[in-house]
Design a protein around this ligand. Structure first.
Ligand code: NAP
Length: 386
């Protein structure tokens, strides 16, 4: 059987069913039109994987620039029982305590080709060319997309290789296709004028879809910070714990435990919330690996707790990629960020993710501090059976 001989989703599925004597009727069941998905999002398409979608909220969220708050219901696609309930409980505690405050900064999508420079003379020649031709490189980016601006160029040489990290403002798109298209043209331009060969348009200095200290330190995509102060009475009534217990758990787990393990993420469960939001809203879920590299802090303020997260690397968009698929677009609409708005939608979306992550972390740290994590999972993820 050659799967490429079949033209439609249905034909391919039927061929697979026949060839492997397997029933794929659920994979074939979808109300969504597959025309867009099979031409833009997925090759050799045979149907859809459906993932349960829940909502957590309301979450009261304000940006530090605009103190006016907005209430959000967060769409979370997951198969992990207890996750939505956990985030919902965190939202309740944060909202009743006055809400989460967020701030963000756009670093941009980065793409870093590797050039073969041969020796130190080649290193210098390439660097001199990049330094003196910034305007020309900017113009190449501008011509490749009306929504793309080259914002930064940094580079590093090792032996006979030079890695050049181009950063772009990609407005409301996550931007990796846009950046890759532009950088390919830039590499051709550099090669033509210097004779220096680009070995690969991605030299892993980007750093795309891999955990890396470079992304933690310099940031990538959109950086987000979120903070909240949870009042003593809310800690007792909603989270069934105390400020000191959360602090002790955070210190022992997120700080010391992560240090002992050599972890790159000083947090409790950022990946859970990032993955569920990414899946629901059509993000590239492989970027969860970057989005999960965040740090949580906690401080006891009297009998209240101050809790924060910093997310240095959120690669997100509200146009392009999977965001245009019908269910994913609806999930973005629920957050009021579907489509393009000069980069404002993607930044707002990243800030909402920051608030959602804080809610999930607060709830998990509370459960751990009270020793109720296993009980909640047994109750919610096993249909009540332990
Ligand atoms: P894209 O769908 O390739 O491009 C976004 C398009 O949206 C652009 O062509 C742009 O049009 C248009 N657009 C309209 N309004 C916009 C606005 N307000 N802001 C920004 N763009 C706007 O999406 P992408 O984000 O660049 O790439 C996402 C995809 O890349 C995902 O599917 C992901 O899985 C994949 N990906 C690719 C690579 C790679 O190396 N190629 C790596 C990782 C992930 P104009 O052209 O008119 O500006």
């Amino acid at each position: 059987m050659n799967i490429r001989n079949y033209k439609t989703t249905q034909e391919r599925r039927k061929a697979i069913e026949k060839n492997f004597t397997v029933d794929l009727k659920n994979i074939g069941q979808s109300l969504i039109d597959d025309t867009v998905a099979q031409t833009r999002n997925c090759e050799n398409m045979i149907g859809f994987t459906q993932v349960p979608l829940g909502v957590a909220g309301p979450l009261k969220l304000s940006t530090i620039n605009n103190q006016q708050s907005t209430m959000y219901y967060l769409p979370l696609a997951t198969t992990e029982g207890a996750l939505v309930a956990s985030v919902a409980r965190g939202c309740k505690a944060i909202t009743q305590s006055g809400g989460v405050f967020v701030d963000s900064h756009r670093i941009g999508a980065t793409r870093a080709p590797v050039f073969y420079v041969g020796n130190l003379e080649g290193q210098k020649r390439l660097q001199d060319f990049l330094d003196t031709h910034r305007q020309e490189l900017k113009e190449i980016a501008r011509q490749s997309s009306g929504h793309l601006t080259l914002t930064d160029v940094t580079s590093r040489g090792v032996g006979t290789y030079r890695y050049v990290r181009f950063a772009f403002d990609t407005q409301d798109a996550m931007g990796m296709n846009m950046a890759t298209i532009a950088v390919t043209q830039m590499c051709e331009y550099v090669g033509k004028h210097t004779g220096i060969r680009c070995i690969s348009v991605s030299g892993n200095y980007c750093v795309d879809k891999k955990p890396s200290w470079l992304n933690v330190i310099d940031g990538r995509g959109i950086q987000v910070w979120a903070e909240a102060v949870i009042k003593k009475n809310i800690l007792h009534t909603v989270l069934k714990t105390s400020a000191q217990k959360i602090f002790d758990t955070w210190l022992a787990k997120c700080m010391m435990g992560s240090a002992v393990a050599g972890s790159m993420a000083f947090n409790a469960q950022i990946a859970n919330i990032v993955a569920a939001l990414f899946l629901a809203t059509g993000q590239d879920v492989a970027h969860t690996v970057e989005g999960s590299m965040g740090t949580t802090t906690a401080e006891v303020h009297g009998e209240d707790i101050y809790i924060s997260v910093s997310l240095p690397d959120l690669m997100v968009g509200t146009v392009g990629g999977g965001t245009g698929l019908p269910t994913q677009r609806e999930a973005l609409s629920l957050l009021g960020v579907a489509g393009g708005d000069h980069g404002k939608n993607s930044q707002k979306f990243a800030e909402i993710i920051g608030g959602a992550v804080l809610a999930g972390k607060l709830s998990l740290l509370s459960s751990l501090s009270e020793g109720t994590l296993a009980r909640a999972h047994a109750r919610l993820a096993r249909g009540g059976k332990t």
